[in-house]
Design a binder for this molecule. Structure first.
Ligand code: ADP
Ligand code: MG
Length: 262
């Protein structure tokens, strides 16, 4: 059975697209047939994977073209449904239909069954497309930076999830992935403690700020290809010979979800 995971935060620049591409390419390398759907009209997924942007999302939902003719292969087992500014038309169609969010969610679930996992990269805004994507998903992954001004982005996603639950949808399981962690900066350490105090085990170990993350797309490479032993992937050394956090750890947790029973 396929799993749909939304990567959501109404704030920009917190690592949503980065997380989608790194975890998606990691799952694909483990043999999971993976689809990355770019639901942000900025089309950053294609940019990060060095693929041409196109209006795949609009052609799929608005023009009802078959999904298999719109997806693009990025790596073995890794497919992308590209987006661009035409994705805004999808938002209009969802708004104009009654139960448009549910219709989008049903169509997505129905037509992506051939994949083991579908990661939805969401825009930094709350539109009915975001709501539709949250309804379609079993799990919500919320990357967040660790500055004071960033933490209300997590609260906004929580409010969206509560709103969906009030409309009769089953509560979604959510996970918070702290990004841009810097263990020598008091600010990020304090904010991480606050997050854990508020959300407990929903908070995954952090990913450090690491220049390798920002460099990889410029080389047309995923982080696994560009810097397979960097701290953002393998975690930061904690002084006791152990490594903490990192995308490889987040990937292990996702793989557990993939194998879990429904
Ligand atoms: N852990 C990290 N360390 C350093 N730079 C990062 C990290 N995560 C993301 N970035 C960079 O930050 C910028 C914003 O990330 P992005 O994934 O596009 O955020 P969002 O999709 O939430 O807007 C990108 O240039 C990306 O390369
Ligand atoms: Mg993005």
């Amino acid at each position: 059975m396929s799993r749909i995971i939304a990567v959501a935060n109404q704030k920009g620049g917190v690592g949503k697209t980065t997380t989608t591409v790194i975890l998606g390419s990691g799952l694909a390398a483990q043999g999971y047939n993976t689809l990355l759907a770019d639901l942000d009209s900025q089309g950053h997924i294609c940019h990060m994977l060095n693929l041409p942007k196109s209006g795949g999302v609009k052609r799929w939902f608005y023009d009802e073209e078959p999904l298999d003719q719109l997806i693009v292969k990025a790596r073995p087992n890794l497919w992308v449904l590209p987006g661009d500014k035409t994705t805004e038309r999808v938002i209009g169609k969802i708004r104009d239909e009654s139960y448009g969010e549910e219709a989008f969610a049903e169509m997505l679930k129905e037509q992506t069954k051939a994949f083991d996992v579908i990661l939805l990269d969401l825009a930094p805004s709350l539109s009915n497309l975001q709501v539709a994507a949250l309804i379609a998903s079993q799990y919500i992954l919320i990357p967040t930076r660790l500055r004071f001004t960033d933490l209300d982005g997590v609260q906004e996603v929580m409010r969206s999830l509560q709103q969906i639950a009030r409309h009769g949808h089953k509560p979604r399981d959510y996970f918070i992935l702290p990004t841009f962690f810097d263990r020598v900066a008091n600010e990020t350490v304090t904010r991480l403690r606050e997050l854990v105090a508020a959300f407990g085990s929903h908070v995954w170990p952090p990913v450090v700020q690491d220049i390798k993350v920002a460099e990889a797309p410029g080389h047309g490479l995923t982080l696994w290809e560009h810097a397979p032993s960097c701290n953002a992937l393998l975690g930061y050394p904690n002084g006791n010979g152990q490594r903490v956090g990192g995308y490889a750890h987040a990937l292990e947790r996702l793989a557990v979800l993939m194998e879990g029973l429904d």
